[in-house]
Design a binder for this molecule. Structure first.
Ligand SMILES: [Zn+2]
Length: 435
């Protein structure tokens, strides 16, 4: 059985050699393509990794789209229908809609798949949604996600076993309120050209078997190529970085479509009905996205006005209050900001961001006990560097230097540009702490 191709790059060899220190890669047959390939993961690993990272990746991706649970049920039903025809249909597939305006979709090993609401508004019919989902199903089914270089490099340095820590733009409260920057394991997965073509090809087979017209995958790719050249291309940068559109993919999909029966459902009326509520709220999300841009430009008054416009359209969306709270706290309207964050927390239960932001505000107001509760609650949902740093600072306030050191050590695991600052904090504590 031949596993190494002459194309194996020097970098891959180094990666593989490092990997072999941890896990012995084995030659195996790809479940979807039937090709021999080198694999360093087992199916058990795929399942466990998917289950472990799915909740936290949802948090990083804006959290579940809680205001419209029916939308997730609908997307899940389309996904499950397609997954029945995947090669490993027994994988624990799941599908979720995330509250993020960025058009994107991703898959974790073991079949955990997410679609941002920002992508749903760009699609025309259910068959196009099926094209997106089937493509992501193949990434999981054919072990593309499990075999990606990003996962490989993490495995090679032994980080995967450790908790993912989300690095923050800055550890001072000011930077924290400007926006919490997240980096996740799968947000940056980049698929190679051949894997993209593979995901399109097999995805179209799954679509056809599930009763969808595979031509929708051609139309979708044409739309993406046009979008990648248009003035809105910035908006799609993350989707296109992980799944680059190209004329070659359009051509390949056309060929695949010709070989498949030219029939099947497009489900336009059904799709439009299912996303009608989302489309009604779209102007509100546009205002909210504008408000975020105003915050970045430090125009907080305008940001509040825009957040209020969004709230007027949809008073039940927690995200709008979270944005309003950020702007209010920048203008030192602390009690108003607290109220906004309270509302955001109440409207999006189980979502870490407004809890964390309220914690930072409470910390600045020296309400340490309440702040600590928020940081601890946020950490249960998503581990962030800022929460560990703030818990360390609270522990220092209470002269509990042992606990402070532990928190800073956790924070230091996230790396990033705060590493030096954290090391200094730890060194200072080591000299002052009683043994
Ligand atoms: Zn892809």
């Amino acid at each position: 059985m031949k596993c190494f191709s002459p194309k194996t790059t020097a970098l891959q060899w180094i990666g593989l050699s490092l990997l072999s220190l941890l896990i012995l890669p084995a030659c195996s047959v790809n479940p979807v393509t039937g090709k021999n390939e080198l694999s360093w993961v087992t199916e058990d690993w795929e399942r466990k990794t998917g289950e472990q990272y799915y909740p936290v990746q949802q948090q990083i991706g804006g959290g579940k789209y809680q205001i419209d649970p029916d939308l997730t049920l609908y997307v899940r039903s389309v996904g499950k229908k397609l997954a029945l025809y995947s090669t490993r249909s027994y994988l624990p597939y799941d599908f979720v809609v995330l509250n993020d305006s960025t058009p994107n979709a991703w898959a974790l090993p073991g079949g955990k798949i997410a679609v941002h609401r920002g992508l749903l508004v760009e699609l025309d019919d259910e068959a196009e949604l099926a094209a997106v989902l089937a493509h992501e199903i193949v990434h999981a089914d054919a072990r593309h996600t499990a075999q990606s270089q990003e996962v490989g490099s993490l495995l090679s340095v032994g980080q995967l076993a450790a908790t993912v820590l989300l690095s923050n733009a800055g550890i001072d409260s000011q930077a924290a309120q400007q926006g919490i920057a997240y980096g996740g394991l799968y947000g940056q997965t980049h698929y190679s050209r051949s894997r993209e073509l593979e995901a399109d090809f097999y995805g179209m087979q799954y679509m056809s078997k599930a009763g969808y017209n595979p031509r929708a995958a051609v139309n979708l790719q044409e739309t993406f190529v046009a979008l990648s050249q248009g003035r809105r291309s910035d908006l799609f940068s993350s989707l296109f970085a992980s799944h680059p559109p190209s004329q070659a993919r359009v051509a390949a999909n056309q060929q695949t479509a010709y070989a498949l029966p030219n029939r099947g459902d497009r489900g336009k009326a059904r799709y439009q009905k299912e996303i009608a509520a989302l489309m009604r709220r779209k102007p509100a999300y546009d205002y909210a996205d504008e408000a975020k841009k105003k915050i970045a430009k430090e125009d907080y008054t305008q940001a509040i006005l825009l957040a209020d416009k969004a709230i007027k359209i949809e008073p039940k969306e927690g995200l709008f209050y979270e944005i309003k709270g950020i702007a209010q706290s920048k203008l030192n309207r602390s009690s108003n900001a607290l109220k906004s964050f309270d509302t955001a927390v109440a409207l999006t239960p189980g979502y870490f961001a407004p809890i964390l932001r309220r914690g930072v505000l409470r910390f600045d107001l020296k309400s340490y006990r309440a702040a600590r509760q928020d940081f601890e609650a946020s950490l249960k949902l998503a581990p962030t560097q800022i929460a560990y740093v703030k818990l360390g600072e609270i522990a220092e306030e209470k002269n509990n230097c042992g606990a402070a050191m532990q928190y800073y050590q956790q924070a230091a695991k996230a790396g990033g540009k705060n590493q030096q600052q954290l090391k200094q904090k730890l060194l200072a504590l080591q000299t002052t702490c009683q043994p």
